[in-house]
Structure formats: structure tokens, C-alpha cells
Design a protein around this ligand. Sequence first.
Ligand code: F0G
Length: 361
Amino acid sequence: MTEAAMWRGIIHTYRPFLRIAPIDPITLYEGNTPLLPAPQLARALGFAGCLYLKYEGLNPTGSFKDRGMTTAITQAAADGARAVICASTGNTAASAAAYAARAGMRAIVLVPAGRIALGKLSAAMAYGAAVLAVEGNFDTALDLVRRAVDDYPLALVNSLNPYRLEGQQTAAFEICDALGEAPDWLCIPVGNAGNITAYWKGFRAYHRAGRIATLPRLLGVQAEGAAPLVHGRPVDRPETVATAIRIGRPARGPEALQAVRESGGRFLAVSDAEILEAWRMIAALEGLFVEPASAASIAGLRRALAEGIVPNRPEVRAVAVLTGHGLKDPEVAMQTLPPPIAVAPDWDALRRILEGLLDAP
Ligand code: F0G
């Protein structure tokens, strides 16, 4: 690979678009994730248009959070921070811990006790973060973090931190660079609402710069049991199988609502059953293993097609954001799959099973 072609992360690539201190980036070479056509999934959804999947699970710590963490931690380093803190349903914690490790900073992460996927918890611990398990949900943990940064010299790296959005908008840039245009619809899972806000910021920046001629409509998708932006009021006890988006009081809620309104898009809620069905389809039809929260984008697109929100026409281009890798959280969703087929350790037993499998339609 030539020097010019070597990927060195989102700050290096998109610096002119990013409002951030001009120091050497703290980076794990995040970004540059695939935008994959998904024709089989589109067919199964009955979608006549073009469907693409932005596979953010291929970022260094397995989620889109790395885009915002390279910018947040780089800025924190420029500001002389020694320690960072965040509340998290898991992915932000793992990402903050990794980038803090790289920057030589201490990371303190507050997570809801017992409600964080093992792949996220183990990563945050391995990267050396102090992991604090709060008896409460994400919203309670974020309240505590906001209090902590008032009293102690800690850099807040939740998406309330504007530098998080600076980085996360680069996913929108990459989508436009890959398509040569903005898509017609962007389908995205919403929890604390930072990511959808960042995407809209990115699309608008590219539009202003003349890189794209049109703006997409945003389809923000929440889980039914944690859908404050759909119902227009906070949810005290958010509940969903998609623990990543189990959030009742999104910190960036007002901006997300405005972004969706400006774009002419919609917020939708989908059930856990719809999320798990989409999760299976993404893996079995396109070979992409994602965490349950990520599948909300496809469950939402399916619902939006059924309700006529997204027009079902061949010229429509839709991008669904797959926010996190399936290895983060295999347990919950696996319970919905049949168990492995038990086979006795001899050739006859295997032969009978193979014949059954190969005869099956
Ligand atoms: N998908 C995944 C896999 C996530 O981890 C999150 C958020 C979202 C979607 C929603 O993004 O919050 O910007 O609207 N996870 C946060 C965390 C809350 O702590 O890791 P959002």
C-alpha cells in the first residue's frame, strides 16, 4: 500500500471538516468501515430500492463510538486532561477505555449493574478502565457523571461532549464519499441520541461544502420499551433486549428531534421481537453479525416500508447503520436460536445427520 493510500484514522482524513485542536491524533485508525450493498436483505424486506449497510462493528473496539472517541480524547489530551469519565451502556465505556489507554490517561466508566453485555464489560476492564457498576440504569449513571465533572478535574466523554459529535459525523462523510451522493434515507438506532445528531451535522456540513446536492431523510429507530423520542416524554424504566439503547432520557434528545424534523424524516419504535428477527436476517442473508441494538435500523426500515413512510420504489437508496459488532453481545439474541445439533462421535451418526441436512430444501 502506498503512503498516500494508507488509512490513518478519521482525524487525519477529515481534519479540514473537524473543529478540533491541531495536535497529533490519539487514534486506533478508526473509521473507513465498509458500506455494503445488501440485495438479499432488501429482497426479504420486500424493498424495491437499493439497500446499503454501514458496518460500524468493524471499528477498532467494535462500535461506531471510536469515531467520536478519537476526537474527544485527542481534544482532552490537547487540554491537558489526565482522566476521563463517562456513563455507558457498554460501547462508549469500551471505546473510552481503549483511547484513554492509548493516551496514557485514566478512564472511569459508570455502567448499569448487571445490564451490560459481556463483550463490552470485559473489553473496558481489559483496557484498564476503572469500571463502576451503578445500581440503576444509564440515565442515573449519566446524572452521576454530570455531577462528578462539576467537582473533579475529569473530562466528560459522553456525547454531551461536542468533540464526540465532531468525530461521529465522519460516518456520514464516508457514506457520501462511497455513494457519490447522500442516500435518500438513513436508518439509525437511537439511544442517547448523539449519533443521529452527529450524522445530521455531517450531512449538512457536506451539503454546505458542495460535496452533496441533497440531504437525506433520517429514520431514527428506538426500541418500544425505551422510546422517549417517539412518545414525546421521558421513560422512567426503559426496557429492551437491545441493552445498548436502553435509555429513557436521551441527553441529545432535543437536537435529534430537530434533526429528524429538519430532514423530513421520522422517529419509529420497534418491538424486541422485530429487532431479533432483523438481527437474524442481517446475519443469515448478508453474513453480518451485529449486536441487537444495531438491528433496530433494519427493523425500523421494515416498519417504515410497511407504513409507507419510506417509499418502496426502485430509485430509492437507503443506508442502514449497523452500529456495533455481534461479538459484543452474543448471549441475549442467541437464546432465540435453536441450539447446535448434538452428534455422537462416530461416522454413522454424522452421515445420518448430513443426509438429513442435504435432503432438506
Ligand atoms: N447502537 C449501539 C450499538 C450503541 O452502543 C448505541 C449507544 C447506540 C446504537 C445509540 O447511539 O446513544 O448515540 O443514540 N450506546 C451508548 C453507550 C449509549 O453507552 O455505549 P446514541
